[in-house]
Design a protein around this ligand. Structure first.
Ligand SMILES: [Cu+2]
Length: 113
């Protein structure tokens, strides 16, 4: 009984350590919308990284970012100044985040393992 309890505790500790290591490695990538533009046109991220899209632009520069796909899918058309959206990169691959309002605003995202 005691042996079983110790073993269970050790497994829990190992799981905790793994979770902590993953959290330590997680990078945060910020995409900031400002002055009618965006801070990055290309993002290279790793699986587990967090991407934050921050709307810090005032009107009339209204951005309406979106992406469609099997792994990444969102539409931020209702974002206003001060709003942000965040997600974690979970699947490797490439996709573009585009803007309904601005044809030139194309952000290429590359997610690697
Ligand atoms: Cu835009």
């Amino acid at each position: 009984m005691i042996k079983k309890l110790i073993l269970t505790s050790m497994i829990s500790l190992a799981a905790l350590a793994t979770t902590q290591a993953a959290a330590d490695q997680q990078k945060i990538h910020k995409l900031v919308l400002k002055d009618g533009g965006v801070s990055h046109m290309q993002l290279d991220v790793k699986v587990g990284d967090k991407i934050i899209i921050e709307h810090n632009d005032d009107t009339p520069a209204v951005h309406r970012l979106f992406t469609t796909g099997d792994n990444y899918n969102f539409d931020l058309s209702n974002m206003g100044q001060g709003d942000y959206y965040q997600f974690t990169a979970k699947t490797p691959g490439t996709f573009d985040i585009t803007c309904h309002s601005m044809k030139d605003m194309v952000i290429a995202v590359n997610v690697t393992q």
